[in-house]
Design a protein around this ligand. Structure first.
Ligand SMILES: [Zn+2]
Length: 205
């Protein structure tokens, strides 16, 4: 199944260059894992950076460089780490789930490398309303399971959404599967209404 909503070219280029804040990079990576079109774009951007490196002026090499390389050939090879092939949902280091309403939980993702972002999973059962909210900064989201619909369209597993300060939306879960999304934000969400404010404050997202 191919996702229908993708990061922009600018976001993919920044992701390929490692220039996104770590939390945002994690969410874009979750989309890229499921999207062959974006994987191809990332490879193209990486190849372009590699070509740019080749055009840098050459630098002098230490006189003993060749000897050092040759001596390392006798060292034991570095261990090869087995690739973790589980779905991303099972690989994420999650803090305990917090139920913020019947059928709705959040779990922060433990991301010590991303101190400037809030990264969390939000899971919503079909038929449960989510809190209408505005954003106080950029937010990236990739759907890891299920689907939701909002003013911007239908978002299913693998789809990516980026919103910023002027979006005020209320997603509604579609289908009969719990909808689980991976979010990264750079600011606190501003939920509308008392229930939304209590829920977000309690869940500390
Ligand atoms: Zn894509």
């Amino acid at each position: 199944m191919n996702p229908r909503h993708h990061p922009t070219a600018d976001v993919l280029a920044a992701y390929s260059a490692g220039a996104l804040e770590a939390g945002f990079g994690l969410v874009v990576g979750a989309h890229v894992e499921t999207c062959s079109a974006c994987r191809a774009s990332v490879l193209t951007y990486e190849a372009a950076s590699g070509a740019a490196l080749k055009e840098l002026p050459s630098a002098d090499v230490a006189a003993d460089a060749l000897t050092r390389v040759m001596s390392r050939l006798d060292e034991a090879p570095a261990p090869v780490l087995a690739r973790d092939t589980r779905p991303l949902l099972e690989r994420l280091p999650l803090k305990p789930r917090k139920w913020i309403a019947p059928g709705v939980w959040v779990a922060a993702v433990d991301t010590p490398h991303a101190p400037n972002n809030r990264v969390y999973l939000l899971s919503v059962k079909p038929g449960m309303p989510t809190a209408r909210h505005e954003h106080s900064g950029a937010e990236f989201c990739t759907v890891l399971q299920g689907a939701y619909r909002d003013e911007l369209g239908l978002f299913s597993t693998g789809d990516f959404a980026a919103t910023d300060t002027d979006v005020n939306h209320q997603p509604v879960v579609q289908g009969d599967e719990d909808c689980i999304c991976l979010f990264a934000t750079e600011g606190r969400l501003k939920p509308k209404g008392l229930l939304g404010r209590i829920a977000f404050a309690y869940a500390d997202v």
